[in-house]
Design a binder for this molecule. Structure first.
Ligand code: UTP
Ligand code: MG
Length: 602
């Protein structure tokens, strides 16, 4: 399983440039939280200054007060030293706090931005992505980005400043001893780089394994009924165990590297301290330096290690952040294909004419699903679309709803290209009951009301009465207040379809599109619903996609689609007389039912 192939296949070079662009982008975003960023900067400066001053003061205390026996002065200086330490502690606390504040503000805004973008993206985007990746982009990647790019960079900036400050003061105090103290730095960097690379790889494995196990959990919960029905529980469990083992092994791998890394770093720092002690001791003995300077230098050397190791840490987590950023910005920069053009018109008083003119469309380039389709639905006409599975019926609706745009040709509503229509008004004017009904968690009443926000209970009940499903809903355990469950799980498919139809009708739309909306409703309910629908469809344009030809029979006109092409159209009688494909479909259907009735399952 390869996740995020884009991140995996991108070369280092591409990353470098995008890293730079990314930093600019992040800092642009951060400029919105000026006050908090200013407080971070202030705390960094305070931390650096106190960090430089404490060892220096300690040196002075030793040389000028302890060694010279100046006791009253020593008390004052100790107090100053204490204040400096307190200042350092306070500035560090403030620094951590404000970095987190900035980070969380940034994170909040980024998450909201991604979420609102997700709502606006075209359907094409969603069919080409895995849901797990998108969830990960919204939740995990944003926090990775925050950890590294915002908090990480802010704290590294702080460390950089204190690094520069410490080196500067060391040079000021004693340039030669500074050279000795820094002699070890190349070794420090070498260890850091070597480990950085290994850690990067180890972290990559961890991320991959974590993503894999998350995905497995997601997929196995979504497909739980299939898993149980096919007795795949054992197999799924085994796969999960394997991934789970690999995940913990990957984590241990990282821990092992980290466990080696820190002692190594400590050792190198100790080496520096020994160098300073030895060389400093020599300088003291020849009278070229004071004891206070040596003590101060030991403290400074200890202060160097942290910023340097921070950089190393940064190097490897930056990789993770870059991968995360790539995914986030890929989402944020995805084109909203279904954008409306400038000067898009609001659909008003729709007559309900729909026309597809020479429409060709493909989901995958080069594999057209609709080929030069011409369909004209007159206002107030109810047209049935029939055709075998995969013929392109739902695709047709996708184009009318403007979930996708055609590659060639035009889709017109009341003679206006849908590309030039305000999307909101298009979707308000057309009520669509998708093939896969989605009910949101909540009551049946709430779910119907989604069709027309602000509708009253009475309106909902009136529509259901007209549809003839009022009694049916009343009979449910809590009537209209019956809980539909997550994704309508507590209802049958047919029940869900009835609710979806009521939801669509509540809108009082000019155009109604039903995609197999009656497919899971029993024949008797369907017959009843058909009568009611006929009344409800009066004065509206309808496109009814039907597998059941009994539904199609009633419509004003029937369009037969096969393999992405319109092959026949006419009324039921016309098509039956013509001994057409429709006739064939119709005959086969009756035969299947008859066969089924004659040979009931034993
Ligand atoms: P449709 O979804 O339009 O078929 O897919 P249909 O006529 O409604 O079929 P049923 O009756 O509901 O089953 C038409 C073709 O487009 C492909 C499908 O694989 C099918 O061959 N397709 C559909 C894609 O390639 N990508 C998609 O996102 C959807
Ligand atoms: Mg379909």
């Amino acid at each position: 399983m390869t996740l995020h192939p884009s991140a995996a296949t991108l070369g280092e070079e591409a990353r470098e440039t995008s890293a730079w662009g990314l930093l600019k982008r992040v800092s642009r975003d951060l400029s919105r939280y000026r006050v908090q960023v200013a407080l971070v900067a202030l705390s960094i400066v305070a931390y650096t200054l106190t960090g430089i001053a404490t060892p220096y003061t300690l040196g002075i205390i030793i040389d000028n007060y302890i060694l010279k026996g100046n006791l009253p002065g020593l008390a004052t200086m100790s107090l100053i030293y204490l204040l400096l330490l307190l200042g350092q502690w306070a500035s560090m606390t403030a620094n951590t706090y404000y970095i987190q504040t900035v980070g969380q503000l940034y994170l909040r805004d980024l998450r909201n931005k991604i979420f609102s973008k997700l709502q606006r993206l075209s359907m094409k985007f969603f069919t080409s992505r895995r849901i797990g990746d998108l969830v990960s982009a919204t939740i995990n990647d944003t926090s990775t980005l925050n950890d590294v790019l915002v908090s990480g960079i802010l704290s590294v900036l702080g460390h950089l400043l204190s690094l520069v400050g410490v080196v500067a003061i060391m040079i000021y105090i004693n340039p030669v001893m500074t050279a000795v103290a820094l002699a070890n730095v190349p070794l420090l960097i070498f260890i850091a780089r070597t480990y950085g690379r290994r850690l990067k790889e180890a972290h990559r494995v961890v991320r991959k394994k974590v993503a894999e196990s998350t995905m497995l959990v997601e997929e196995s919960i979504a497909g739980i009924s299939t898993i149980k029905a096919f007795g795949m529980d054992e197999r799924v469990l085994r796969i999960f165990n394997t991934v789970s083992n690999e995940t913990s092994r990957a984590f241990v791998g990282v821990a092992k590297l980290m466990g080696l890394f820190w002692p190594f770093m400590d050792l190198t720092v100790t080496l520096s301290v020994i160098l300073v002690l030895a060389f400093g001791g020599y300088l003291v003995s020849v009278g070229a330096a004071s004891i206070g300077v040596v003590v101060a230098f030991i403290q400074y050397v200890n202060r160097l290690a942290r910023p340097i190791t921070q950089f190393v840490n940064m190097y490897d987590s930056l990789q993770a952040a870059l991968a995360a950023a790539e995914r986030i910005y890929a989402v944020l920069d995805s084109e909203e294909v279904e954008r409306e053009g400038i000067g898009a018109v609001e659909l008003k008083n729709l007559r309900g004419e729909i026309e597809l003119k020479n429409v060709t469309f493909s989901y995958v380039p080069g594999r057209p699903v609709l080929k030069n389709v011409n369909i004209h639905v007159r206002p107030g006409e109810v047209v049935a679309v029939v055709g075998s599975t995969g013929a392109g019926k739902t695709t047709l609706v996708n184009l009318i709803m403007r979930f996708y745009d055609p590659d060639e040709g035009q889709v017109l509503i009341d003679g206006i290209d849908v590309k030039k229509v305000k999307l909101g008004s298009l979707r308000r004017a057309v009520s669509y009951v998708p093939q896969e009904t989605y009910l949101f968690p909540g009551t049946i009443m709430d779910n119907i009301k989604l069709g027309k926000p602000g509708a009253s209970d009475e309106e909902v009940i009136a529509v259901c009465k007209e549809l003839g499903i009022h009694e049916f809903i009343e009979r449910m355990p809590d009537g209209y207040m019956t809980d539909a469950g997550e994704m309508g799980k507590k209802l049958s498919t047919g029940e869900k379809q009835l609710i979806a139809i009521a939801r669509a009708m509540l809108r009082d739309p000019a155009v109604v599109i039903l995609d197999e909306a009656l497919s899971s409703i029993d024949v008797v309910t369907e017959a009843m619903l058909r009568g009611a629908m006929k009344k409800l469809m009066e004065g509206r344009t309808g496109i009814i996609i039907a597998h059941r030809l009994s539904t199609a029979k009633d419509c004003d006109r029937i369009i037969v689609i096969e393999d992405g092409e319109v092959i026949e159209e006419g009324t039921h009688d016309e098509l039956m007389n013509a001994r057409s494909r429709y006739h064939e479909l119709y005959k086969n259907m009756t035969r299947t039912i008859t066969t089924a009735l004659l040979n009931p399952p034993k």
